[in-house]
Design a protein around this ligand. Sequence first.
Ligand code: FES
Length: 561
Amino acid sequence: MATELNRFSKTLTQEVTNPAAQAMLYGIGLKEEDMAKPQIGIASTGYEGNPCNMHLNGLSVYVKQGITANNMVGLIFNTIGVSDGMTNGNDGMRYSLPSRDIIADSIETVVAAQWYDGVIAVVGCDKNMPGAVMAMARLDRPAIMVYGGTIRSGHWKGQKLDIVSAFEALGKKFANNISDEDFKGVIQNSIPGQGACGGMYTANTMAASIEAMGLSLPFSSSYPATHTGKQEECKKIGAAMKNLLELNITPRDIITKKSLENALTLVMALGGSTNAALHFLAIARAADLPLTLDDIQAISNKVPFIADLKPSGKYFMEDILEIGGVPAVMKYLYSKGMIHGECLTVTGKTLAEDLAEAPDLDFDTQKIIFPLESPIKASGHIQILYGNLAPTGSVAKITGKEGLTFDGEAKICEHETEIITMLSKGEIKAGHVVVIRNAGPKGGPGMSEMLKPTSAVMGAGLGDKIALITDGRFSGGTHGFVVGHITPEAFDGGPIALVKDGDRITIDANTRQLTVHISDEEMATRKAAWVQPEPKFTKGMLGRYIRTVKSASEGCVTDEA
Ligand code: FES
């Protein structure tokens, strides 16, 4: 059995063709009896500079203990991370989405080069999770993702706070709606310690949906970072990995078209981040599976939005554990025929078998998840819009709370910082459709998130009075009438590049059209006069990113011709 479980690492440990490799393995402390054991790479995105990541190296040690206890060799290595919360609203955000692909590339590189038999990724922020899963799909060796866990909520004067509270405090400051004491109180108390941003923002969206896809153990997305269950989960990973090796279950057995649909079903039901559209397109491509924006729309059409979670709702991710966790939500959706139960998971069982052990949602006591029969919105909040402003697609977040259509006058911002200046001068007014362009994957570059502008708009009390469209993207923390991922992007001469101040724009979630009301002739005239901007970078990582990245409608992948 052992020789089968170490089918990759035996290249280094059991053949006399590479004595240097064996010598080095002895050099790191392995003994002769370890040479026949499977070697498991433990990829941590731990680093000190961000609450989402600060504890991951510690969790990796627990994972390693579980690997050792199951007669395998665990070898921890690190890859990078970028804090979305800290880079939002500044040029550091250019590096955020590219970091996903660096994480994927680096995990692929280490695991393949070092001949690891399996990989466990201990991850905890927006890009870490899709990046790790993309690597797992490419490598197709037994793999499990461990989520670092959500943060607990912060508190100030009896109010629960999170990272978005800090951004929205800025908007309130612009509108003179907050005292200096309260502004400082919110900033100093929003983030009480380790864990990923606490609403159904991108990190929690990806953690929950990847668990739904089957690549992490049940409850991985539900245990907060500081919950004892998180350490217990880490210690159980060794047995789970041993089982996967013995059964030879690999990520491409788990990531299938149906399991992707399960993941996206959960995203819709929970009101998850629009970034999920981008990341699942990329994960599907890494697994060589067909998934398109239209598939995402098809799921949105049939899955109601039923969760009263932040950003548009009231509750935090930490509250989900109290009502039975993500497994309870999945079990409910499965009971209603919305989940494919036959999909395999990293438990080695089917999802239906896993869910049989999950608790039931109690609709008499819990108030977070609404019954499917009386949802917050009858279809998903993520809507794919086309139209003459987005011929190859865009991704809108429409919870219905802001209405289903918006018609207004274009107000152009060539950079997201302009909207902050305009807001502070009172130049953004009710009825404006703010167009933030040249923020796409190539034009940004890096397709920045617009959390600072949208939070500032909310804080200024304009959330239900203006709309915001962009070829950039939105944070999971964004709410309001927003359309992002507009393709083709402005840098490539997409119609968003041709809009002028004062043009009338209609966003219609009923017809799923994003329209600028100018004639085809006028559009052609403007296109003829358009000159492509110079790339903002020609060298370094961002220069390479501009040359290699695919469009947002293709998941912004960087490894395809
Ligand atoms: Fe990591 Fe928000 S900054 S999840």
